[in-house]
Design a protein around this ligand. Structure first.
Ligand SMILES: [Zn+2]
Length: 382
């Protein structure tokens, strides 16, 4: 879920973790409040309109607070096990904790995955306890006052949430638990990922088939939502399979094994027009480092050139339009290639300068990575 940072805004911060809302969250929030309103109106026809919608909004807000608690538990276990967590984002399909690396052991994966559903169960019990002790709700009577109705619904929905998340299709929590168990038993992370991701894809297809069936039997929005989750699962499971395959292919290789050493150098005071004419169009290279007095100061690619209006090309200097060093993520030559690939994907960049002690050694591009992956694939196919 790397895409959730764009189009989202920060609304809070807990324990060093940003809480963000993605714009697609609005859709699910509105759906939930409206379906709650309809349900309260149906079960409690004597409530006033204000009570109905007030209760629906409060229930919705507490529901999302529960989702954040669920994601926070994943995040806290991750942090305790040394995996950095940048943010928790609420979006169309619920919540997601952006954990920066994959867990390195089966037990970390297990506790990290189970923590979320465990929290949902605990939150569910807490809500039922509030409904009982504060609003007189019991298991055998219909909830009539708003407090009882709100916390009863929250209690049950969190049990449903925990159960749904424990469906063993990777990358859902249940799929991660399954992967960690296979991983722990077989000591083979590769096989564990293959099995769990394959089941994840099967579960995704079952969701889609089931929701199509429900759509034809007259159910609307709810069915479509399940299909979206199914489609998301299929994508995510496929991605983790591909990621695992590249991890195997890149094993044992460092950045210095793959980087290009002959990067084009451009002086910073060159005009953009000259840069385009005599470097970009002339050499076929796409990425150039800008050096001044022997030091790396930035990077310039066709992307930066396009940001500048064509009529300004003869006035603007390369140093004015380049991506300056301060904004560049650099790699150390002994970083593993797989880690470099993850960083590139996360930062959404196509090339990164390789720097040691302030001196530029080369450039690692997505092209370099693809070349290696392709060569390895040919070798294994042969
Ligand atoms: Zn979860």
């Amino acid at each position: 879920m790397n895409g959730t940072q764009k189009g989202s805004f920060r609304f809070g911060r807990i324990a060093g973790i940003d809480l963000r809302l993605h714009y697609t969250w609005v859709i699910i929030a509105v759906l939930i409040v409206f379906s709650l309103g309809a349900q309260f109106r149906y079960t409690n026809p004597d409530w006033s309109t204000l009570t109905i919608w007030g209760a629906a909004v409060i229930t919705g807000l507490l529901f999302f607070a529960g989702l954040i608690l669920h994601e926070l538990s994943h995040a806290m276990v991750a942090k305790a096990r040394g995996l950095p967590v940048n943010r928790i984002t609420l979006f169309l399909l619920g919540g997601v904790a952006q954990i920066e690396r994959e867990p390195e052991s089966a037990s970390t994966e297990f506790w990290m995955a189970i923590a979320g559903p465990a929290m949902s169960v605990a939150f569910g019990f807490a809500c039922l306890a509030i409904a009982h002790f504060f609003f007189g709700w019991t298991l055998w009577t219909m909830a009539h006052n708003p407090g009882a109705a709100i916390f009863e619904w929250l209690g049950y929905i969190n049990f449903v949430l925990a159960a749904f998340n424990m469906i063993p299709g990777f990358p859902m929590d249940g799929g991660r638990v399954l992967r960690s168990i296979i991983w722990g038993v077989t000591k083979n992370a590769d096989r564990a990922t293959r099995v769990a991701a394959s089941i994840g894809q099967v579960v995704g297809w079952l969701f889609i088939v089931y929701s199509l069936f429900r759509l034809f039997t007259g159910e609307g929005i709810g069915a479509i939502w399940l299909a979206i989750i199914g489609w998301f699962l299929i994508q995510a499971a496929g991605n983790s399979l591909a990621l695992r395959r590249s991890q195997t292919a890149l094993a044992g290789l460092n950045v210095s094994d793959a980087m290009s050493r002959d990067c084009g150098n451009v002086p910073g005071d060159l005009s953009v027009q000259e840069f385009v004419d005599s470097y970009l169009l002339h050499t076929g290279q796409r990425c150039f480092v800008v050096q001044e007095n022997g030091y790396l100061v930035g990077l310039i690619t066709p992307h930066e050139v396009r940001q500048t209006e064509r009529q300004n090309w003869s006035q603007a200097r390369v140093r004015d339009v380049m991506r300056p060093l301060a904004k560049l993520h650099t790699l150390a030559p002994d970083t593993s290639l797989f880690e470099a690939m993850e960083t590139m994907a996360r930062e959404d960049v196509n090339q990164m300068p390789v720097v040691s002690n302030g001196i530029l050694l080369g450039i690692l591009s997505r092209g370099n990575l693809l070349q290696i992956l392709r060569n390895r694939a040919e070798l294994t196919a042969a």
